[in-house]
Design a protein around this ligand. Structure first.
Ligand code: HDD
Length: 681
């Protein structure tokens, strides 16, 4: 009865192949396969007459077009997806029987979709928002979906509040704005009235909410899940994705500008990285807690507003995900992919986290409306790479042609085929947790501390990160019209940190909180982005060139930058060839109009001979913007003079050198640091 089922990292790609259609060098046909001879002019009664109903090609083409749109996701509408593989480093056999987690070296295909939460599909890439981080593991035992976010906690503790929360953050119903923003009355009104959100709001106000790149953010499964091993022993588990490039963010002023200059900044960044062969990588980590230790913490491990400090429960790195293939078709793959936290495999199970429990209902339900019926599992992107058989039948768009007489269980006619598998044969068995309690609608007492971990998060931040959080609160609440809401939120912040609340109060025109303060002194260094990996790899550098540049200097510098795996982009006042003083020609691929400094990680000003005042003015704008966003700046030769005019030469992260070799070494170090916070801005 067992079907041979070998899965490797190519299995999904191979499965998708028969569904791909290459239209190049083909005749145009109708959907019925009829070759079409005319696709510009509809069939009319006379060349100036009315169009005729008889024109079946026109009707088919127009009807299909009229029906092209499907509802966008109710949340996480704006997403970017890519294919890749997961490789296991370390066997998890002692903890789980999940087959893809047994043998080190095992590789399986994955598909990951990143997303923003609040904005609609056509919004921009860097709002202040949570990012979705959803991965479908195509395993030999079926699909396992890890549907997480880039923040390890959530706003609410019970799924019944999710519609309320989302209603509050989405554009306000009477005006339809603001788009993709939490900086408005209903969001903050919800926060003030639902103070379990305190911890998550700290994350949302932090730099995590405005990532520089999807390749440079962490992912978290958020909830406590369960691993169950062959002996039936269970461990609680939390999942983490750790980016190999470290965790890096934009600054708020920069993010707002990027959203206008290039609303697709993050998606283009990851698309191009994959096309360039700079495959983004994340290591998968697990925190494990034996079932008997469930109550050993000063918080409830079922509460999704709590994290497990990494210093208390270490993150074991067990494998790596590499995204190495962009989709062929965004609609067919990224849009139609359907995730579900309830898609698990034997050895992975749920906890009683009430947020997770509610999600187990919501995801199938939403796919039914979004993808138009119960057969969305048949869409190529959603199909498991292992066989699937059951007695489910029919429905809109059904593709499978099930043969045979019976579609019910139990039966005698087909010997009960398909039949349930025993546990030994790989049948899923729900973990037999003992549950004993009254039916009750209440919050557990153990879920009532909303502020300790919010304070721990604050305590863990560096001074710069703290300043950003304070500024973010001041901006967001500054956008709230209703003063009473502003006051309530400030009073709430006071329970996290009194000084923070006072500073925010002073900025937003409300009175200082009357009570507050916290005696939590704990901090978790792993929460600060300051303690992350810093690398220059794949960063984008704006190189400013003018006619008459110093040939050797510039050529050596550009070669050096490439050697360190950064991407120099030559910018000048016009596109095309720029000539050095010794005749070297270098192509400018962006202008001051198209190459805004917010789109780059660093600036290198080479300049040229006798640059016009207009040129210097444009470069000065680039210098000022890059400086203000704390990004590295470098110059040699003529460029140094422009930096001097801008008064930045003595500032941190600003490298000026006459020798190209010295320049590159120092400049690359400055670039690898990403930001130089101790500037006089
Ligand atoms: Fe959710 C989408 C992550 C709570 C209901 N959610 C969605 C996506 C991600 C998350 C990454 C996008 C999947 C994709 O790219 O297609 N959601 C989370 C996390 C949560 C969370 C990490 C808390 C820990 N979500 C949550 C709750 C509910 C939902 C409590 C409802 C009870 N989420 C949905 C949804 C979506 C969704 C409405 C919209 C589109 C979809 O499911 O496929 O069902």
């Amino acid at each position: 009865m067992s079907e041979e089922n070998k899965v490797n990292e190519n299995s999904k790609n191979e499965q998708l192949e028969p569904f791909r259609s290459d239209d190049r060098d083909k005749h145009l046909t109708t959907n019925q396969g009829l070759k079409v001879s005319e696709d510009e002019f509809s069939l009319k009664a006379g060349s100036r007459g009315p169009t005729l109903m008889e024109d079946f090609h026109f009707r088919e083409k127009m009807t299909h077009f009229d029906h092209e749109r499907i509802p966008e996701r109710v949340v996480h509408a704006r997403g970017y997806g890519a294919h890749g593989e997961f490789e296991l480093y370390e066997s998890m056999k002692p903890y789980t029987k999940a087959k893809f987690l047994q043998q080190p070296g095992t590789k399986i295909p994955v598909f990951t979709r990143f997303s923003t939460v609040a904005g609609s599909k056509g919004s921009f890439d860097i709002p202040r928002d949570v990012r979705g981080f959803a991965t479908k593991f195509y395993t030999e035992e079926g699909n396992f979906d890890l549907v997480g976010n880039n923040m390890p906690v959530f706003f609410i503790q019970d799924a019944i509040k999710f519609p309320d929360f989302i209603h509050a953050v989405k554009p306000e119903p009477d005006t339809g704005y603001p788009q993709a923003a939490s900086a408005h009355d209903t969001f903050w009104d919800f926060i003030a009235n639902n103070q379990e959100s305190a911890h998550m709001v700290m994350w949302l106000m932090s730099d995590r909410a405005i990532p520089r790149s999807l390749r440079m953010m962490e992912g978290f499964g958020v909830h406590t899940f369960r691993f169950v091993n062959d002996e039936g022993k269970s461990h609680f588990v939390k999942f983490h994705w750790k980016p190999k490039l470290g965790i890096h963010s934009t600054v708020w002023d920069e993010a707002q500008k990027v959203n206008g200059k290039n609303p697709d900044f993050n998606r283009q960044d990851i698309h191009e990285s994959i096309e360039n062969g700079d495959y983004p990588e994340w290591e998968l980590g697990v925190q494990l807690v034996p079932e008997e230790d469930e109550f050993k913490f000063d918080f409830d491990i079922l509460d999704p507003t709590k994290l497990w400090p990494e210093e208390d429960v270490p993150v074991n790195i067990i494998g790596k995900m590499t995204l190495n293939r962009n989709v062929d078709n965004v609609f067919a793959e990224t849009e139609q992919v359907a995730f579900h936290p309830g898609s698990v495999v034997p050895g992975i199970d749920f906890s009683n986290d009430p947020l997770l429990q509610g999600r187990l209902f919501s995801y199938t339900d939403t796919q039914l409306i979004r993808l138009g019926g119960p057969n969305f599992h048949e869409l190529p992107i959603n199909r498991p790479v292992c066989p699937f058989h059951n007695n489910q039948r029919d429905g809109y768009g059904r593709q499978t042609i099930n043969v045979g007489k019976t579609s019910y269980h139990l039966n005698s006619i087909s010997s009960n085929m398909p039949s349930p598998a025993s546990v030994e044969e790989g049948g899923y068995e729900h973990y037999q947790e003992k549950v004993d309690g009254l039916k009750i609608q209440a919050r557990s007492e153990s879920f009532k501390d909303h502020f300790s971990q919010a304070t721990m998060f604050w305590n863990s931040m560096s001074d710069v990160e703290k300043q950003h959080i304070q500024e973010a609160f001041s901006f967001e609440l500054g956008m709230v019209n209703d003063r009473a809401i502003r006051q309530q939120v400030v009073d709430m912040i006071a329970h996290i940190h009194l000084e923070l609340a006072k500073e925010v109060a002073a900025n937003i025109g409300v009175r200082e909180p009357l009570t507050g303060g916290s005696n939590v002194t704990k901090s978790s260094p792993a929460l600060s982005q300051m303690n992350t990996v810093h690398k220059a790899d794949t960063l984008k550098i704006a190189v400013i060139l003018d006619e008459g540049f110093n040939d050797t200097e510039v050529e050596t510098a550009i070669q050096g930058l490439k050697k360190f795996h950064t991407y120099p982009t030559v910018i000048s006042s016009k596109l095309g060839k720029i000539k050095g003083e010794n005749g070297t020609e270098i192509e400018a691929v962006a202008t001051f109009d198209t190459g805004d400094p917010v789109l780059f990680d660093a600036l290198y000003v080479a300049g040229g001979k006798n640059s016009s005042n207009g040129f210097v003015k444009k470069v000065s704008y680039m210098v000022q913007e890059t400086f203000k966003h704390f990004k590295p700046i470098g110059a040699m030769g003529a460029g140094i003079e422009i930096l001097r005019k801008n008064g930045v030469t003595e500032e941190p992260g600003v490298i000026t050198e006459d020798k190209a070799e010295n320049f590159i070494t120092k400049y690359i170090d400055a670039v690898a640091a990403h930001r130089h916070w101790n500037r006089n801005v």
